[in-house]
Ligand binder design. Sequence first.
Ligand SMILES: [Mg+2]
Length: 304
Amino acid sequence: MSTPKDLSQIPADELKQFVDSFDDVFCDCDGVIFILMKVFDGVPDTISTLKSLGKSIRYVTNNSSMLRDDFAKKLQKQGIECEKDDIINPCRAIIDHLKAANFEKKVYMISLPSLRQEFEESGIKIANKYGAELCEVNATSFLQCIQEYDNDVGAVVVCFDFNMTYLNLNRALRYITNPDVKFLATGYDQRIIFSPNQFCMGPAFFHDLLQSASGRTPIWLGKPRDDFVEYIKNQPKCNPERTLFIGDSLEQDMGFAHKLGFTKLLVLTGNTTLEDLKNCDKEMLPDYYISSMAELGKLLKNNF
Ligand SMILES: [Mg+2]
């Protein structure tokens, strides 16, 4: 494996080879094209330039915090041409998984309302109401609450929710201990990053907790997990030899793209610094890096 190259410093003929080497771009979102849904300066231009060079762009994100339709509209409002179907996230992957399995039962969900709404809009029934489930503070009341069992539940989906409780987790656990109930998990993120100094626990902790409590491994339909690798491989027009992945995270993006056999470009507008490349696993090393998407756009405009 070679050392990552600074894309802005490679000779013109090598830059041309790089641009000619891919037709399709899969691009992460948080830390790459926006932070907290505010698109970074220069990104719309970069996306237009890539498209004008004949490249297709799809967005592969673990972010399921809003409906894909709203997600696309937010990007459109900020100058990025984007359709709902260009967005691939765990919510979509889980719905596709359930549809492919002709799933007709109900889902017990630990997630934000957006995920629930997208499930309902796609015709999947949800067993529990949104929000914190609470009981009285004594063992009898708690046991009564977790004894309630809906036989129509055929799957548990675990993401994260600002309002989840111990009772929510134990209800999920009760269903998961039934081997006939599917155990589905979203992106394996350890942190949800709001800004460089603001973060909270990501869904990975709840996946791990329920995995160890139940002894079952979930089907993980989010970056960087193998089930999601398979899902992406099966997307239309996915030719690893002709695909570039752009991301800001070593494990979630570069490691994930490595498993897919994509060319990897790291941008430094998210949570990775050049210093981090010194000690990271080889499979998480990018092929190229650049300071930002805006810089990529400038480089392309100046050379093509
Ligand atoms: Mg990111």
